[in-house]
Design a protein. Sequence first.
Length: 199
Amino acid sequence: MPGERTKYAWRTQILAERALVGAAEHAREAAELATAIGPLAGADEVVCAYVPIRGEPGDLRMLDALRVCNATVLLPVTGEPGPLSWARYEGPDSLRKARFGLLEPTTATLPPDTVATATTVLVPALAVDLRGVRLGRGAGYYDRTLGAVGDGTRLIAVVRDNELVDRLPEEPHDRRMGWAVTPGGGLRELGHELPVSPE
């Protein structure tokens, strides 16, 4: 589409906007996300999630809220470029510092195909559009990982309210999300094409 903004332009804008979010606002939004995310999984369900870093919305409270509901929470373990491995989250004391500024569990590392056991995958995103197109940071870890999820798995992008947008650029390898969760709006189903405006 002529004039369409590039992924680079979107990333630059959103990262700049996130850098302006104060600590109090971030904490308030994180609390709202924890409230929305906690009920998303029932007892004995597996949720693949992540630890938010570098201004990403949310914090450890969203993981602890899932554990309160007796869900098994798995977090990514990074390695060489390729699909993510996983490890079980057993509370804040089970985390250690890892590369890229991440926090990863000290529990046993599980293979990448473990993601196929998840009923829900919480996916970090800079933005997501109403069709489900997700904008990541560009490293490609999740693009390589999400191909292994089951057909019935809920893929949920976690974003701030203004990061749920009408339309993002899409590439053939992009895996669409079925849902978004935001602090103000909670869980919202995606997959809706916007009507085309007449010229």
